[in-house]
Design a protein around this ligand. Structure first.
Ligand SMILES: Cc1cc2nc3c(=O)[nH]c(=O)nc-3n(C[C@H](O)[C@H](O)[C@H](O)COP(=O)(O)OP(=O)(O)OC[C@H]3O[C@@H](n4cnc5c(N)ncnc54)[C@H](O)[C@@H]3O)c2cc1C
Length: 410
């Protein structure tokens, strides 16, 4: 290959963010030969994840690659806790995928567009070089290459944020295992989010999701999120094991695994000359840790901005972070981060009572007219109705919540 034929843009990481960026660049008219995806893994690769994609994510996936095969569908979400429960119905179903299957289909769609994918190569260094960024990779051999643009799509644990020194958001700690249902009562058409960990001083929620492989239900994914990263992993594992057993589930893997998450906030930085961060390297939803949809939306946003920069022959993007914060997804992530600050903050029990006590919110959530994570537009009405409720009933107490026992088995 001559030096002119070398790709100008290196995408570090081939998860949903890296794939969505590549697809979006090609659909904007960028020559696929100008792009290369570098990933340390070989696809299909494992990724610890519940695999739930809410409606706005399914819309974007459909736009990028069509409906992926092999997953399952759920008809809604259920939020529960010892202070109440309510259903969340979206404009359409949620999709739920094994991440090895989903990410493989995405990366194959990128390959099919003519983009080179280099698997089994770990990025070990990223350094500014004159008019370029030098990327060092280690696969079968070590190599150093210069790219005009580097796209950091290497996830929560990636090198790109660390190497670029850009400020990141809070890092949470999650554990998850695959279970079989013995006499459990949860339905495979619903994603369950249980906020009771808050009663046990875990600032987060537990989830019970159906697990589909090849389109068949093969088990359940159960885990807990510590949205502030303050509880030891061992405590989270023991908590999850107990929680699952109380509800009639049995672990079918040898262990409950753990992985971090990095959350987005308006202070998060994502750009310096010749480099942008996208996906979880940039930051995801701080309330539920939903990352697949935010990863793809930030990737599509970045593709638009990088394409503009390429067209203008520049390597800096004005107001990269502000532009994202003003987008529909950025506004959503801002809203989720504010809610997370409250529910996982100083008076979590009060905010738990607020969340489960807002009649207007419950009606909106159950109406099926919106997409999850797009409720910001209803804020004025929510605040007004809630103020009325407070006038009538007073401010919810911050006293400890009395933990209800696990519900009876099926
Ligand atoms: C337990 C758990 C449950 C979750 N459940 C859900 C859920 O149900 N729904 C949801 O929407 N989100 C969920 N998430 C979050 C979601 O998994 C992530 O936010 C999402 O994968 C982010 O996509 P990404 O493309 O940014 O990064 P990733 O999917 O993490 O991809 C990053 C890629 O970069 C590669 N890489 C990393 N470092 C290097 C390197 N040095 N060199 C080369 N390659 C590198 C990796 O191999 C990987 O392929 C969950 C997370 C956890 C931990």
């Amino acid at each position: 290959m001559t030096s002119e034929a070398k790709p100008r843009i290196a995408i570090l990481g081939g998860g949903p963010a890296g794939s969505a960026f590549a697809l979006s660049m090609v659909s904007r008219g960028v020559d696929p030969k100008d792009l290369v995806v570098i990933d340390k893994a070989r696809f299909p690769r494992k990724k610890l994840c519940g695999g739930g994609v809410t409606f706005r994510g399914t819309e974007l996936l459909r736009e990028l690659v069509g409906k992926p095969v092999g997953g399952g569908e759920t008809k809604g979400l259920e939020f529960l806790s010892s202070v109440g429960r309510f259903e969340v119905r979206e404009k359409g179903p949620q999709w739920i995928h094994d991440r090895a299957e989903l990410d493989h289909q995405l990366i194959e769609a990128v390959r099919a567009r003519g983009v080179a994918i280099r698997e089994g190569e770990t990025v070990t260094a990223i350094e500014p070089a004159h008019d370029a960024i030098a990327v060092t990779t280690k696969g079968t051999k070590e190599r150093i290459e210069r790219f005009a643009w580097v796209i950091g799509a290497d996830g929560a644990n990636g090198l790109s944020r660390r190497a670029s020194g850009l400020r990141g958001g809070i890092v949470g700690r999650l554990v998850e295992g695959v279970f079989e249902a013995k006499d459990a009562r949860e339905q495979a058409d619903t994603l369950y989010f249980d906020f009771d960990p808050i009663c046990d001083r875990i600032p987060g929620y537990a989830w019970i999701f159906p697990y589909f492989v090849g389109g068949s239900l093969v088990g359940w994914k159960i885990g807990v999120m510590d949205g502030r990263g303050v509880v030891p992993g061992e405590t989270l594992r023991a908590w999850t094991q107990r929680y699952a057993e109380e509800r009639g589930y049995r672990l079918t893997e040898d262990k409950i695994a753990g992985f971090p998450e990095r959350y987005w906030d308006w202070r998060t930085r994502g750009h310096r000359e010749g480099l942008v961060l996208i996906g979880e390297a940039y930051g995801i939803d701080a309330l539920l840790g939903e990352g697949i949809a935010p990863a793809m939306y930030s990737a599509v946003y970045a593709a638009e901005r990088v394409k503009e920069a390429l067209d203008r022959g520049v390597r800096t993007i004005g107001a990269y972070e502000r532009g994202f914060a003003m987008s529909a997804e950025g506004r959503n992530l801002w809203f989720q981060a504010r809610l997370a600050d409250r529910i996982y903050g100083r008076h979590p029990e009060r905010w738990l009572r607020v969340l489960f006590g807002m009649e207007h919110l419950k009606r909106l959530a159950g109406a099926g007219n919106d997409a999850y994570g797009r409720l910001l537009g209803h804020m004025p009405a929510l605040v007004a109705r809630y103020a009325l409720q407070v006038v009538r009933e007073g401010i919810p107490s911050a006293a400890p919540v009395e933990r209800l026992p696990a519900p009876p088995r099926a």
